[in-house]
Design a protein around this ligand. Structure first.
Ligand code: ZN
Length: 285
C-alpha cells in the first residue's frame, strides 16, 4: 500500500513539475563535482535534486536580494546535498534527510560566541567565525561565499560538511561522529577506524606537525566525521592516501567510490590546494 502511494505521489510530482533537463545540465556544467558523475549517476542525482528543491525550503538572507541565485544555482546546491545519499535507496535518502527542513544562505561567514571548558576545568570564551552550522531540527546555515567556493575537487565543501552533520544527527540530538549505520557496518569497526584517525591527528598536532587532512577534523569527533565526508567526496585521493581504511569504510557507508570519478587532468582545482584553502576558510561549524 505504501509503495503504491509512493508511486502515485512520485508520478503526480513528475506531472506537475517536469524535470528541467537544461537547468540540470547547466548546474552540472558549473560544478566539477557534478560534472564528474557518470550519466546514470547524473540522471538519478538530478531527479533527487529536483525533488529536494521542492521538498526543502531554500531561504536567502534579505541582504542577498540582489545576489544572483538562479534555478541552475538552486539545482546545483540540491545536487551537492543529494550527492551524499546518491548510493542509497530512495527510501533511505528520504529518511536520511527527514531532519533537513530548510537551507538558509547568509551573506558572509558569521560569528558565534563560544564557551568551552578545557581539560583543566578552565572556561574559555571566544568568537568563532563560521562558514556554516546546523543543529538537530534547525536549518542548515551556510555562508554565500563559502557556498560559491564549494563544488570542486579542492577538499572544501560547506554544504557536504553541514549535511554530514545532519546525517550524524539522525540517531541523537548531539553531533558525535556516529550516524545511524547500515546493518553491514559494525559500530565497533566504525569506532575503531575513526578513533585511529582521531588519535593520529591529535598526535601530529601535539608534535607540531602538519595534518594530512584539514586539522578542523581534530577539533571534535563530529567535525572529524564531517571533514572526512567533505574530503571523501571532494578530495578522495587525498583521503585515501592519508587514511585508506577510513576511505574504505566511508565507501561502504555511502555505497560510493568518488575516487573513480575524480577527473584525471584536474581542471585547476587539484586536491593539493585543499590545505592552503582550508587554512584561509572559516571553520564550518
Ligand atoms: Zn562542522
Amino acid at each position: 500500500m505504501l509503495a503504491r502511494w509512493r508511486r502515485w505521489r512520485d508520478a503526480r510530482f513528475a506531472a506537475r513539475h517536469p524535470f528541467p533537463a537544461d537547468t540540470w545540465a547547466e548546474a552540472r556544467a558549473r560544478l566539477p563535482l557534478l560534472a564528474a558523475l557518470t550519466d546514470d549517476e547524473a540522471e538519478r542525482l538530478g531527479l533527487r535534486a529536483w525533488a529536494f528543491v521542492h521538498a526543502k525550503r531554500l531561504s536567502l538572507h534579505p541582504a542577498l536580494v540582489d545576489t544572483p541565485f538562479d534555478p541552475p544555482a538552486r539545482l546545483a546546491l540540491a545536487g551537492q546535498a543529494c550527492l551524499l545519499t546518491l548510493g542509497w535507496s530512495e527510501a533511505e535518502h528520504r529518511e536520511a534527510f527527514a531532519n533537513v527542513h530548510e537551507i538558509l544562505i547568509l551573506p558572509e561567514a558569521f560569528e558565534r560566541h563560544v564557551e568551552e571548558m578545557d581539560e583543566a576545568g578552565v572556561m574559555h570564551e571566544y568568537a568563532d567565525e563560521r562558514a556554516g552550522e546546523t543543529s538537530y531540527q534547525g536549518p542548515v546555515v551556510v555562508a554565500y561565499p563559502d557556498l560559491m567556493e564549494s563544488g570542486d575537487f579542492s577538499g572544501f565543501n560547506v554544504l557536504i560538511h553541514e549535511l554530514a552533520h545532519k546525517l550524524d544527527l539522525g540517531n541523537s540530538q548531539d553531533v558525535d561522529g556516529f550516524p545511524p549505520l547500515p546493518r553491514d557496518i559494525a559500530a565497533r569497526d566504525w569506532h575503531r577506524v575513526f578513533t585511529a584517525v582521531w588519535d593520529d591527528l591529535q598526535a601530529r598536532l601535539a608534535h607540531g606537525e602538519d595534518t594530512p587532512i584539514d586539522d578542523y577534523a581534530a577539533s571534535h569527533p563530529g567535525e572529524c566525521f564531517a571533514v572526512c565526508c567533505e574530503h571523501f567526496f571532494s578530495a578522495p585521493d587525498l583521503l585515501i592516501d592519508a587514511y585508506p581504511e577510513l576511505y574504505a569504510l566511508l565507501a561502504r557507508y555511502f555505497q560510493q567510490d568518488p575516487l573513480a570519478r575524480l577527473p584525471q587532468d584536474g581542471d585547476g582545482s587539484s586536491p593539493s590546494d585543499s590545505q592552503s584553502h582550508s587554512a584561509s576558510a572559516a571553520s564550518r561549524g
